[in-house]
Design a protein around this ligand. Structure first.
Ligand SMILES: Cc1cc2nc3c(=O)[nH]c(=O)nc-3n(C[C@H](O)[C@H](O)[C@H](O)COP(=O)(O)OP(=O)(O)OC[C@H]3O[C@@H](n4cnc5c(N)ncnc54)[C@H](O)[C@@H]3O)c2cc1C
Length: 465
């Protein structure tokens, strides 16, 4: 751990990041291109092996790294992909290695040309942190908690943060102030920034919460030796409004599987042995249950429930603090079943980098607001995708589907139905899901015609477009 400092006199430009999980690490990576010094403040001590940690409780759960996210990570950390593979992370061909069961049955496997790395969240964070540790102008303050933001002299912006840490020499609690030219909040969904801003006289951001009441339960298993199947990963998609249950079985490093089962509309999966297996057995297909029932569990069963969509509208604050940004889950968190969070954090880092390149003189008034507005455009589409899907469930709180959303549900059902045995539509669907193409790709005339054609053929069939 680096010694604590509160250097106010230095002429070197300095950026501070609150929170050193994936959002903070990726923001820190690009800030290192533009600031003389980057300090990442993390209240945990980083583990010295690829395991979950307390400050990121969701790291006990399955994390799909979408292909677009993986590509950006590779740009930020060249060679990372090989490091992950060398650590044992399997590479999946998304169309042929993954068996996908939807409300319309099993998709026919095909070679999609889309590859993804399957890994534990612990491994991803461990490797990214290791790479960050090797960057000369990045330093970490571990076991250090940010307790508030500091206003600049004329109270129009943020000048730094107060931190609290435990001195290991005499076990005393220390408090001090750290100053910077830019402060980035990446402290996750439980970020205290709205309260801290309020203390400084700002109106905190409005929040939109769309809660489908989703619950997760996850467990890691040893993949049985000589296990034979036509798939390497399983994806059993829930089918709301009636089908509340879904699940994924994913290979991860160390010849292991992670099984994640989920329920929406308060159909929370149990975390006791018998209940977990029974929930898995009751999914629309028992394929996950069949695979894990005899497999050796390597961890307890972990549950997670605070998985609502939460958007803090920093981009529309009436008075925006200069020199302050909010990224990752602290700004926008999604229902995790769509696997978007890490990729959105990576896209945000790219956007931040672009903004900093475009404005080499970033001391002008309004710079931070301008960047925050750009960041908001990054999570706008993933937010819409997640929440409009969640509106399918009648128990979702925080809004109801309007006419257009209901029409979209029917159109997406048409896409899903076609994708089960039409490789053109399946590939486009996967490209959109992995954020390799915009969602408008699903509305290409070539695809619309096929969806409409199917609808005419099966006019009386429900559901379907
Ligand atoms: C159950 C579940 C499953 C998920 N599955 C996927 C998936 O499949 N694919 C995907 O892409 N995403 C997934 N996500 C989303 C993903 O976990 C998040 O997008 C991502 O972790 C957000 O990163 P972050 O850095 O913004 O916040 P977090 O990961 O929450 O990290 C916040 C960090 O800030 C630190 N911190 C907090 N307060 C302070 C403070 N005051 N001072 C100092 N440090 C502080 C914490 O210790 C922590 O390290 C899932 C989420 C959940 C809940």
């Amino acid at each position: 751990m680096v010694n604590q400092t509160s250097d106010r006199s230095s002429n070197l430009s300095h950026a501070l990041v609150i929170g050193g999980s994936i959002g903070g690490l990726l923001a820190g990576r690009v800030l290192a291109n533009h600031f003389d010094q980057v300090t990442i403040i993390e209240r945990d001590i980083y583990p010295d092996e690829p395991v979950p940690r307390k400050g990121v409780p969701q790291s006990q759960h399955l994390h799909a790294l979408l292909t677009r996210g993986q590509m950006i990570l590779e740009e930020l950390f060249p060679g990372l992909k090989d490091e992950l593979i060398a650590a044992g992370a399997p590479v999946l061909e998304v169309g042929s290695d993954s068996a996908w069961y939807s409300r319309f049955g099993w998709a026919v496997p095909f070679n999609s040309g889309i590859k993804m790395i399957a890994l534990s969240r612990g491994l991803l964070d461990f490797c990214v942190h290791r790479r960050m540790n090797a960057i000369a102008n990045v330093r970490f303050l571990e076991a250090t908690t940010v307790t508030k933001l500091l206003a600049n002299a004329d109270n129009i912006g943020i000048a730094g943060v107060s931190v609290r840490w435990r001195n290991s020499l005499d076990d005393s609690i220390r408090e001090e102030q750290l100053f910077a030219d830019l402060v980035v909040d990446a402290s996750g969904k439980t970020s205290k920034a709205p309260e801290w801003l309020k203390e400084l006289g700002y109106i905190p951001p409005k929040e939109t919460v769309v809660n489908p009441f989703v619950g997760y339960a996850s467990r890691i298993y040893r993949r049985p030796e000589n296990f034979q199947a036509e798939w390497r990963s399983l994806f059993v998609q829930s089918a709301p409004p009636l089908g509340t249950k879904g699940g994924v079985l994913f290979p991860i490093e160390g010849d292991r599987w992670i099984a994640g089962i989920a329920g929406i509309n308060r159909d929370y999966p149990p975390t006791d042995e018998a209940g977990f297996l029974e929930f898995a057995r009751s999914l629309p297909t028992p394929a996950i249950y069949e695979a894990i029932k005899e497999a050796e569990p390597l961890t307890p069963i972990y549950g997670y429930r605070d998985a609502e969509n939460r958007l803090r509208h920093y981009d529309s604050l009436p008075r925006y603090p200069e020199n302050f940004l909010v990224v990752g889950h602290a700004a926008c968190a999604f229902n995790p079943v769509y696997g978007q969070g890490i990729t959105v954090a990576a896209l945000e880092a790219q956007t931040l980098d672009k903004c900093l390149h475009q404005h080499s003189n970033r001391n002008f008034k309004g710079f931070a607001r301008l960047v925050q507005k750009q960041l908001a455009t990054v999570y706008a589409v993933p937010w819409m995708a997640a929440t409009s899907e969640d509106y399918r469930s009648p128990g979702t709180e925080g809004g109801k589907p309007d006419f257009v959303t209901r029409l979209m549900h029917r159109y997406m059902d048409g896409i899903l139905k076609l994708a089960m045995n039409n490789t053109d539509v399946y590939r486009t669907f996967l490209e959109v899901m992995h954020m390799l193409k915009p969602s408008t790709a699903l509305f290409h005339p070539r695809i619309v015609i096929q969806v409409l054609g199917q609808s005419i053929k099966t006019n009386s069939e429900k559901p379907g477009f």
